[in-house]
Design a protein around this ligand. Structure first.
Ligand SMILES: Nc1ncnc2c1ncn2[C@@H]1O[C@H](COP(=O)(O)OP(=O)(O)OP(=O)(O)O)[C@@H](O)[C@H]1O
Ligand SMILES: [Mg+2]
Length: 253
């Protein structure tokens, strides 16, 4: 197997002495489509912030492309949780995407080239027609696409999305995952999701995050997991696929 692009080794993290992630180890390969699943408060967003270098582990090691998350940050695009909801953003769609271009260039002025790049990525997400609209005036699904465009504006190698489908209906979700599948042809994707539907059809691997992390290197779903004790979130079952669940974790009896 080739060298992993993300390596997490024995990572521990706590907020003010309260442990949130304990002895977390896993790695991610190039072009993987990895889903983080797990209950509310399980530590998914925290784990993502550690991968982005926004938080530092108390102990353990994280390498992205063989270097620290801070040094690799320009290779990672990030769509934060809830970014598309309840935010007053009185600026245009194009300006939101251009903000993504400013992020790593240390520039104060944008060139024609920046605008062209921003428009290209909006076109990829089928949002170019909306470039002059106020972001506030778009639907939840349209906003989500714009924030994905912002994350893609610097052409990162890894795209990280924290619950991008939370505000979308079934059609919106399906469309969004189709877009991500297309993006996955050239980029590695890490997505936090509660969408069980998505797991087998789009993703290549799944990690259950609930203080500890159980990594499954395929998205295969079996019946055993519902019958045996497991650490993956119960709501996955409640959401409607009672017979299709992840394999049991290897280190469990
Ligand atoms: N800045 C913070 N300071 C203190 N505690 C925090 C902070 N951020 C998160 N936590 C706590 O850490 C735990 C993990 O939170 P996190 O946001 O990583 O969970 P999550 O898996 O993303 O949950 P959700 O599915 O609700 O988004 C929770 O108990 C949360 O209350
Ligand atoms: Mg979260």
């Amino acid at each position: 197997m080739s060298t992993p692009i993300v390596e997490v080794e024995n990572v521990n993290f706590s907020y003010h002495g309260l442990t949130v992630l304990e002895d977390v180890s896993f790695s991610v390969q190039e072009k993987e489509f990895l889903a983080f699943i797990g209950p509310n408060g399980g530590g998914k967003t925290t784990l993502i912030k550690l991968l982005l270098g926004l938080l530092k582990p108390d102990s353990g090691k994280i390498r992205i492309y063989g270097t620290s998350p801070e040094k690799a940050a320009h290779r990672v695009g990030y769509v934060p949780q809830d970014v598309a909801i309840n935010k007053a953003f009185p600026i245009s769609v194009l300006d939101v995407v251009l903000m993504g271009r400013l992020r790593f260039h240390g520039k104060t002025r944008l060139s024609k080239f920046d605008k062209k790049a921003a428009r290209n990525v909006l076109a990829e997400l089928e949002m170019l027609d909306y470039q002059n609209r106020r972001i506030d005036d778009l639907s939840g699904g349209q906003k989500e696409r714009v924030f994905i465009a912002r994350a893609l504006a610097t052409d990162p190698d890894i795209l990280v999305l924290d619950e991008p489908t939370a505000s979308l209906d079934t059609t919106g979700r399906t469309e969004l995952y189709a877009i991500l599948k297309e993006i996955n042809k050239t980029k590695t994707i890490i997505v936090v999701t509660h969408d069980m539907m998505v797991l087998s059809s789009y993703v290549s691997s799944v990690a259950c995050v609930n203080r500890s992390v159980h990594y499954h290197d395929d998205a295969e779903i079996t019946e055993e997991m519902i019958q045996e004790g497991y650490h993956c979130p119960v709501e996955l079952i409640a959401h409607g696929i009672p017979h299709r669940i992840l394999k049991t974790h290897e280190d469990e009896p």
